[in-house]
Ligand binder design. Sequence first.
Ligand code: SME
Length: 161
Amino acid sequence: MQVSATIQEVRTEVDKLAVCAVSASELMAGMVELLHTRMLKYNWIGFYMMEAGAQPPMLVLGPFQGAMTPHTRIPLHEGICGAAASTGKTVVVDDVTKDPRYLACSLETKSEIVAPIFARGKVVGELDIDSHFPAAFTREDQEFVEHCAAVIGKKLEKSPV
Ligand code: SME
């Protein structure tokens, strides 16, 4: 797979951030800012994390960059977000108008990717990215976003907050 120079550069910056951040929350805040600034088609970037001990299980909005979303809490049976967390698989939606699971955040959003975050083998949250461009997330973007999610998972295993 051909990897774009931008993705290569930003991936290096993500890895540097992971070394320097003193906590997972600092890393998450730094990562959403970095991706929002450098990845021009990533127009809303945010984390949803599994609420500790919640029954039924619930995703709660964490650090994000972009417009405020009405979806601050998402149960696992709702949305693209719920689908990614409940299956433990990345979901890529090229056209959000054609996916009945989609929960609208902004009228400008055309496509979306959600990658689960694993810590100690369990889904503990996810990285959600929306784009104003249709089909913005290629295989290369998917691999990069999954890398970002894995970096957060590793940090959470070392420093839970
Ligand atoms: N679109 C998501 C909801 C979160 S907002 O995009 C920020 C979904 O369908 O689950």
